[in-house]
Write a protein that binds this ligand. Structure first.
Ligand code: HDE
Length: 752
């Protein structure tokens, strides 16, 4: 809760009344305010003056007529009966009012007009970028470790702050698929005691452009072609590659997109980055430069490209569903907020890296990420539109202790986020929409406008004033006012130009490439080859190959081979750089919380162990889903997926509790997946499930009759395939592989 101002309203009223009698002014009707102004400008801060005694205001009610002191969950729809938007109980909502049963419809039908007219206006424009997304509420707890560098109150030790996070893709429309290859947004709204702080980041730490003025260019290039409006939510098309091959500062971000980071397994397994360098200041006024990082507790994991493609069709809402299901299952997504901290030197560089260049990272090996707090997402929204769709993130929403730098990308964003909401949320009062409301007292002088929700008192929304007793007063250091750090601006000509240090477009792309393990490099090669092969224009492919040659000759050669083109020579020798192992996703062990385990059951086989193994999976913080030939119950347990509805891509591992023979609907004509039959011993859809899981390097376990499926699939004894006597032993053996995310041994670790 915010601190109450020292002086209470009562004091102010009494003081105002005293002044009135002192001045012996008659109480003349029509005097503007509730107090009598003094001749001198008021100098003592106080709460806003109360309304005049005869003034009323609307009773405090929620938009659906509930009292405002009820819990937020109770204040949506009210009562048992259908009403109009104005609370009138309605008799019929299925028939319009007509002149007789055969019509015509009468214009006087208020309910018909209200219903249809409201429906006609249900949509608002989707976000111009990041249109497709999902959100969750949570809480951020400060560790206190950030206090040395920033006085932001939410970083204080043990301080809990409510947050709302919205994850998104960038290019696709609101209804596009979740698992496309793209950058992901990671925007966090902290409702701090000092006002709202929005950390509007991405899952990739660099950006395509160095100056915000190029944003429309990269987005127009990435969005569907303007003539046919295809392809949707893709970078695999000519205009994207045309731009990034000409505008070579985009090469770093592009390689991150072509890497596994472009196809995250889940929003729970994604890092987040503030991208820019920010300027922090502590209580003593000392400043540092810093970069924000979110580190997921579960580690950084990705889909395979084939999984991503299958999911786009099988479950386009995969990431949305995954987030909600995990929260519902109690596997709350967790991230640590960390800072890379750099001295605030006049050059704004660290280890030779220009901190104002948003196409550069500072490797964690040079500046470790220091944890300053933890975010836990523990509630899903009640209403997608009201919360997730109407959330307005504003990059310029800073709090005391966090400030902007001169990064030209950041500077442009300071304009854009406020500006875009004016159209999207229809006017300047979007901060009053419930999801955007600060949890700190607001005393601004902004008035009127579309959808004004506040009932402002007073008569003097201007400064200086005496009619409202001088309120609101500017705050100073003692009241924790925001401080624009008084950075010295170097004398320089007014010019449209970048610093020379922004000219290096290749060395860090090479650094990223060299930091990847061979299997990650393989995926990057495949991604470039796929995307460029989807382009029509030979010139664009050749131009992009030239950039790849400047990054790494092996990468260039491999992609060129896939394109059927010669590999060009680099225009300059590839840079001599130190890899950053922290950039690789492999080589660690991670908790398996919230992982989805598919259990194939045979209703006609031994189902004795099912209850215990299901419980053991729950106990390990994971989610078991029973897959059977038909719906209903098997072994006394509910079936969540049938062979017709299940697809390997939604599971992290498969357990085979039996070997079901082909079910009656295992016919290619009924279920196309049954076309994969190679044996009549096991249902062909189960074989497809196992085959895909194996191809996607997922762990597979079997016990009892389940081993028959492994035999039929021909994978017995291969890496990550376990067959044990009991269900419990099988699960234990499987967990080892889940910790590493995938059975990496299945991917040959060489550049072919
Ligand atoms: Fe954004 N960006 N952006 N962006 N951005 C928007 O704001 C913009 C950039 C990011 O879940 C828009 O409300 C410009 C970098 C996220 O609601 C818009 C530039 C980063 C989201 C906008 C950038 C981001 C947005 C569209 C170049 C990572 C989704 C709708 C200077 C650090 C927030 C909206 C949400 C959304 C402008 C570049 C992250 C138009 C001009 C770099 C996560 O204002």
């Amino acid at each position: 809760m915010a601190k109450k101002p020292a002086r209470k309203i009562k004091d102010t009223v009494e003081a105002a009344a005293a002044k009135v009698s002192a001045a012996l002014t008659p109480d003349v009707p029509g005097s503007p305010g509730s107090g009598t102004p003094a001749v001198e400008e008021p100098a003592t801060p106080h709460d806003p003056l109360p309304p005049k005694p005869e003034q009323g205001a609307p009773e405090s009610r929620t938009p659906t007529g509930a009292a405002t002191d009820v819990p937020p969950t109770d204040n949506s729809q009210q009562g048992e009966y259908l009403t109009s938007a104005h609370g009138l109980r309605l008799r019929d909502t299925d028939h319009s009012l007509k002149a007789g049963p055969r019509g015509p419809v009468l214009l006087q039908d208020q309910h018909f007009r209200e219903k249809i007219s409201h429906f006609d206006h249900e949509r608002i424009p989707e976000r111009v970028v990041h249109a497709r997304g999902t959100g969750a509420h949570g809480v951020f707890t400060g560790y206190g470790t950030g206090e040395a560098v920033s006085r932001a109150g939410f970083l204080a030790k043990g301080k809990e702050t409510a947050v709302f996070v919205r994850f998104s893709t960038v290019l696709g429309s609101r209804g596009s698929a979740d698992t496309v290859r793209d950058t992901r947004g990671f925007a966090t709204k902290f409702y701090t005691d000092e006002g709202v702080f929005d950390l509007v980041g991405n899952n990739i730490p660099v950006f395509f452009i160095q100056d915000a003025i190029k944003f429309p260019d990269i987005i127009h290039a990435g969005k569907p072609h303007p003539d046919r409006e295809i392809p949707q939510a893709q970078s695999a098309h000519d205009s994207f590659w045309d731009f990034v091959s000409l505008h070579t500062e985009a090469q770093h971000h592009t390689m991150w997109n072509m890497s596994d980071r472009g196809i995250p397994r889940s929003y729970r397994t994604m890092e987040g980055f503030g991208v820019h360098t920010f300027r922090l200041s502590n209580a003593a006024g000392e400043t540092v430069l810093a970069k924000f990082h979110w580190k997921p507790k579960l580690g950084v994991h990705s889909l395979t490209w084939e999984e991503a493609q299958l999911l786009s069709g099988v479950d386009p809402d995969f990431h949305r569903r995954d987030l909600y299901d995990a929260i519902e299952a109690g596997a709350f997504p967790e991230y640590e907020l960390g800072l890379q901290i750099f001295p605030d030197n006049p050059e704004e560089t660290f280890a030779g890296i220009d901190l104002l260049d948003p196409t550069k990272i500072v490797p964690e090996e040079l500046a470790p990420v220091q944890p300053v707090g933890k975010l836990i997402l523990n509630r899903t929204p009640t209403n997608f539109f009201a919360e997730t769709e109407q959330a307005a993130f504003i990059l310029g929403n800073f709090v005391p202790g966090i400030d902007a730098t001169n990064d030209p990308l950041l500077q442009g964003r300071l304009f854009s986020y406020l500006d875009t909401q004016l159209t999207r949320l229809a006017g300047p009062n979007f901060p009053q929409i419930p999801i955007n409301r600060p949890h700190a007292p607001v005393n601004d002088m902004l008035r009127d406008g579309y959808h004004q929700n506040a009932v402002h008192g007073g008569v003097a929304p201007y400064r200086p004033n005496s009619l409202d007793g001088g309120n609101p007063f500017p705050a100073g250091d003692a009241e924790n006012a925001f401080l624009d750090v008084p950075v010295t601006v170097t004398e320089a000509p007014k010019i449209r130009q970048n610093p020379a240090s922004f000219d290096d477009h290749y060395s860090q792309v090479r650094l990223f490439w060299l930091s990847m393990t061979p299997v990650e490099q393989q995926h990057i090669i495949s991604a470039y080859t796929f995307e460029l092969n989807k382009c029509y224009e030979q010139a664009i492919k050749e131009r992009q190959l030239q950039s790849l040659a400047n990054i790494d000759p092996v990468l260039c050669q491999q992609v060129a081979t896939g394109l059927g083109l010669p590999a060009p020579e680099p225009t300059a020798p590839p840079a001599d750089v130190e890899p950053s192992p922290a950039l690789s996703q492999l080589g660690h062990t991670w908790p398996a919380d919230g992982r989805t385990i598919g259990i194939v059951v045979d209703p006609d086989g031994d189902t004795g162990d099912l209850g215990a193994i299901r419980q053991a999976i729950f106990d390990a913080g994971m989610v078991p889903l029973l897959i059977a030939p038909h719906g209903g119950m098997v072994g006394g347990l509910p079936v969540q997926r049938t062979f017709a509805t299940a697809r390997s891509v939604e599971f992290d591992a498969i357990l085979l509790a039996g070997a079901p023979v082909p079910a009656p609907d295992a016919l290619p004509g009924r279920d196309a997946k049954a076309g994969a039959a190679t044996t009549t011993v096991v249902d062909p859809r189960v074989l497809l499930l196992v085959d895909e899981s194996w191809r996607h390097a997922k762990a597979i376990g079997a016990w009892g009759a389940g081993a028959t499926v492994l035999e039929a699939s021909g994978i017995t004894g291969t890496p990550g395939v376990v067959s044990k006597k009991t269900a419990a032993a099988t699960l234990t053996a499987l967990q080892k592989f889940l910790g590493a995310h995938r059975v990496w041994e299945r991917f040959p670790a060489v550049i072919a």
